[in-house]
Design a protein around this ligand. Structure first.
Ligand code: ATP
Ligand code: LTN
Length: 338
């Protein structure tokens, strides 16, 4: 019936790499939005561990980071009953479709990716082919689930654009096969800047650990990092051009408390930066406290984690196999008889 189609919830797919510490930037910029999307959309989430090995990893650390990231994302509020949540390397269809899509992606297109240019400059001793074909694996992640929308930060928009081009190219070479996905721009977007250099984004790979707050940082460390946050020589808490440090702190405080800029300015009228920095630190600590408590429970419960990521992978495999089979049939591979 026609109504069935119009009532179908849109599909959202997103992933994050388990490449180390998860920061307040990752949380406010990406993860917090994922959680709120779960009611309105059919969401599927993954840990993109195949992407992570484009940069050399120490095996024991890599295993630990992946499990910790899985537990932390559950603690942040991913509900695996509502949204399949899996580890990319557990679902073979991703690497399979990535290979196929590599054959529908031009060398020149990959060469234009700014992330490739940046990362190959940063890791000049290991410019491997995986770093180059990273976007075709990301396209496979998205297209396997026929995602309508993909929440991504600004840094990933170019990869999403390439995904759309690959999907359209395949669809017109054969017949409609892939949903062409749109970027999902969150209503309340947050770009969190470094606490030490507020002109740069907060990044987990920053050498200065005072530049970022990790979601699992201890309360006293969080408070210290906010108290030391670089600001300007003024003392009036308000948003203004050139007050990058204060603008960033207002953004964080607003995202955490839901207060508007005007409410924040009124709250700190006549008070100095010191009071404000302490208030932001305390608000962040209180917001992260329940997440940290849930994390401490999950990480102890390895059986529970294994059950969740196994069920997530099974659901993801069932959905993605349908797309992969369709693709292979259209290309002309002989269907498997087993
Ligand atoms: P790296 O330090 O290796 O560049 P990162 O901390 O920037 O890592 P990514 O793994 O590249 O993190 O990003 C994961 C997600 O978090 C992406 O959706 C990205 O847009 C978002 N994100 C990362 N840093 C920030 C930030 N400072 N503010 C808002 N969103 C962010
Ligand atoms: N490349 C992304 C992580 C990622 C992703 C995806 C995001 C891998 N596959 C599919 C959205 C959809 C990153 O590094 N932030």
């Amino acid at each position: 019936m026609e109504t069935e189609n119009t009532e179908r919830k849109k599909v959202i797919f997103s992933a994050i790499q388990p490449s180390g510490t998860i920061t307040l930037g990752n949380y406010l910029g990406a993860l917090k939005n994922w959680i709120t999307l779960q009611d309105e959309y059919d969401c599927i989430f993954a840990l993109a561990d195949l992407h992570t090995i484009t940069v050399r990893q120490t095996p024991a650390d890599f295993r630990r980071h992946t499990l910790e990231a899985y537990a932390l994302l559950l603690a942040c509020g991913i509900d695996p009953e509502k949204s399949p949540f899996f580890i990319q390397s557990h679902v073979n269809t991703h690497a399979q479709l990535a290979w196929i899509l590599n054959c529908y992606t031009q060398f020149g297109e990959l060469q234009r990716m700014t992330q490739f240019k940046d990362k190959s400059a940063k890791h000049a001793d290991n410019v491997n082919a995986g770093l180059f074909t990273y976007p075709s694996l990301m396209a496979a992640d998205i297209l396997l689930y026929q995602a309508d929308l993909v929440p991504v930060g600004a840094d990933q928009k170019q990869h999403l654009e390439l995904t759309r081009n690959i999907a359209e190219r395949f669809n017109s070479a054969y017949s409609p096969t892939f949903t062409v996905p749109d970027a999902y721009i969150p209503k309340q977007g947050a770009r969190v800047m470094s606490l030490q250099d507020p002109s740069k984004k907060m990044s987990k790979s920053d050498e200065n650990t005072n530049a970022y707050v990790a979601v699992l940082d201890k309360p006293e460390d969080i408070l210290r990092k906010f108290k030391r946050a670089v600001t300007d020589s003024d003392s009036h808490v308000c948003r203004a051009e050139g007050k990058d440090g204060i603008n960033n702190l207002i953004g964080i405080y607003s995202c955490i408390t839901g207060k508007t800029d005007e409410q924040i300015e009124a709250e700190f009228e006549g008070k100095g930066y010191g009071d404000f920095k302490t208030a932001v630190g305390e608000a962040v600590i209180e917001h992260l406290r329940p997440i940290q408590e849930r994390y401490a429970d999950y990480i102890k419960n390895k059986d529970f984690l294994e059950k969740c990521y196994t069920e997530g992978a099974q659901k993801a495999l069932a959905i993605s196999t349908r797309t992969l089979n369709k693709v292979m049939k259209k290309i002309g591979f002989i269907p498997k008889a087993f």
